[in-house]
Design a protein around this ligand. Structure first.
Ligand code: ADP
Length: 272
């Protein structure tokens, strides 16, 4: 009897703990939804006034910039640059929120991902070289096309390579794309500041930035990697990171070959 009573009591405790956990998870999910809605509304409200604020500054610089006293000109350039930074943050937030809300679905198109990735990485070559870094791109042709949403893949590659440039002070960045068992693997390696092990678990969480790191001085929102994870998720892929503080980081994205979406596939019979 005593044994049975003990088991029942144990089960009751388990059931309570389970109910408690579930209530907590539901409350957290609710909070997350509220936060997402809040960000969506705020970002949306900020967008129009920001555009209306920046357009005249930009026009004034274009039309009369050279007639302004140098000090006033420099102040306007500064205002424009910081306003554009805010605009990027607002746009990132809106994009992020719309993906989270499921309004943005990946539209997969059969893509020559090697050529595409090499071209995207090349966009940041000038920035890398200006920072005194080398950029090595190693994307040999793949045996078959990969079904990706090209706009999303662009964001993935540009975010990872831009981070590598941003958080590297000496050495360089290597971008590789290769076929693996059942898809492709992109690796973006750098010889940068690295990331402490305790930061890795939350690294892909939104707004997460590494505190107390040499990277902290660099501008950012902590949204880039969260966006990368969402976009890779939408393609049924995975993203991970390995890093040694002071030596560098390697971000790895794996994507399945995937199937192009019907709507994006070329018609089977040529139109007359
Ligand atoms: P952001 O760069 O805007 O802060 P991200 O989400 O892109 O936001 O990155 C989150 C954090 O991860 C960064 O603040 C930085 O501390 C760290 N991080 C990202 N990429 C690298 C990298 N290649 N090397 C070192 N730290 C990195």
């Amino acid at each position: 009897h005593q044994l049975l009573a003990g088991q029942v009591a144990g089960a009751v405790v388990d059931a309570r703990a389970y109910a408690g956990e579930r209530a907590r998870a539901e409350a957290l999910a609710e909070l997350d939804r509220a936060k997402t809605t809040f960000f969506a509304n705020v970002s949306h409200e900020l967008r129009t006034p920001l555009t209306l604020l920046l357009a005249p500054i930009s026009d004034a610089l274009d039309e009369a910039g050279d007639q302004l006293p140098p000090a006033a000109h420099d102040q306007l350039v500064l205002a424009l640059r910081n306003g554009q930074r805010l605009q990027r943050l607002v746009n990132d937030l809106l994009e992020f929120v719309s993906i989270e809300a499921g309004r943005t679905a990946a539209v997969r198109v059969a893509t020559d991902l090697a050529a595409d990735t090499a071209e995207l990485a090349g966009v940041l070559r000038a920035a890398a070289e200006r920072a005194g870094l080398t950029l090595t791109v190693d994307c040999p042709p793949l045996p078959r096309p990969v079904a990706v949403d090209p706009r999303m893949w662009e964001k993935v590659v540009l975010n990872l390579v831009a981070n590598a440039v941003k958080y590297t002070f000496v050495g360089g960045i290597t971008v590789r794309l290769a076929a693996v068992d059942d898809g492709v693997e992109l690796t973006v390696s750098d010889t940068g500041v690295g990331i402490p092990a305790e930061e890795l678990p939350a690294l892909f969480d939104r707004f997460h930035r590494v505190t107390d790191s040499p990277a902290r001085s660099r501008e950012g929102t902590g949204l880039g990697l969260a966006l990368v994870r969402e976009l890779v998720d939408l393609h049924g892929g995975t993203v991970g990171v390995r890093s040694t503080p002071g030596a560098g980081s390697t971000f790895t994205v794996r994507l399945p070959w995937g199937e192009p979406d019907a709507a994006s596939a070329p018609p089977s019979t040529p139109a007359a």
